[in-house]
Design a protein around this ligand. Sequence first.
Ligand code: MTE
Ligand code: MO
Length: 269
Amino acid sequence: MLELKDPPRVMGDAAVRQMRGLTRRSLLVGAVATLAGLGSWHWLTTASEEDGVPWPLRRVLRFNEGVAEGLGSPQHLAPTFPPESVQGPARTNGLIGLSAAVEGARWRLRVEYEGRGPGQTFRLRDIQELPRVDLVTELKCVEGWSAVMHFGGVRFSDFVARFGLATRSGRAADPEGNPHDLYHYVYLATPDEDYYVRLDLASALHPQTLLCDTMNGQLLTREHGAPLRLYLAVKYGYKSLKRIGLIRFQDERPPDYWAARGYDWYAGL
Ligand SMILES: Nc1nc2c(c(=O)[nH]1)N[C@H]1C(S)=C(S)[C@@H](COP(=O)(O)O)O[C@H]1N2
Ligand SMILES: [Mo]
């Protein structure tokens, strides 16, 4: 897929136009790559079947779903770096939804479901008891800067699995075996809902999607989203919601702060 080696350095309308241009171009690149990747008809027709469709075709169908959503496959992994690659103090961008003071011990995470009862409430330690993960990747801001960052926390997918979240049945999420049991989207917001993001479930359950309580080896500060933030290594930074207060699983398309302002909602890298 097209790599955004030089992200747009302009802001506002110009940036939006440039991003739309990039997305259109990636669609074309994707379509050509798909055709080239198909190879010979012989190989296509003799390959084994998956869901009643020869598997290369099935792959193309899946790939096209990915392309339609934005860029590439949701399961591709972002490159990782040794922790020594982190340089200088962490840059801060965006303070929407972070103005009120929040104390870690008082903080609660609400998990709700579209059209269902009161949901669940979690404390920080419920999440901190999950297996810890360290991830050193490049945070890419659409405004034109990127920096290697070291995030520490737990996988969003482990949180979902441990508490039986994200599914209609309340059973463990099984994206491969029982995809229809999953809600289509997850909406995540700051406690005041001033900043909010929409994710598809595949992106939320990606192995490099974390709920983080540390950044570059230190507890999160308020401006980086204390006490708990989201980090997605395969998306532009504007999807990495700082200070999560609410998570809601739903089928109806949830709002997204920057998508409502003209940015690509999928924000894939
Ligand atoms: N609550 C909240 N989360 C947010 C933002 C924001 O304004 N408010 N900005 C986003 C943007 S645009 C980026 S690039 C990253 C930056 O994360 P950092 O400040 O920890 O470097 O946070 C994202 N998460
Ligand atoms: Mo950003």
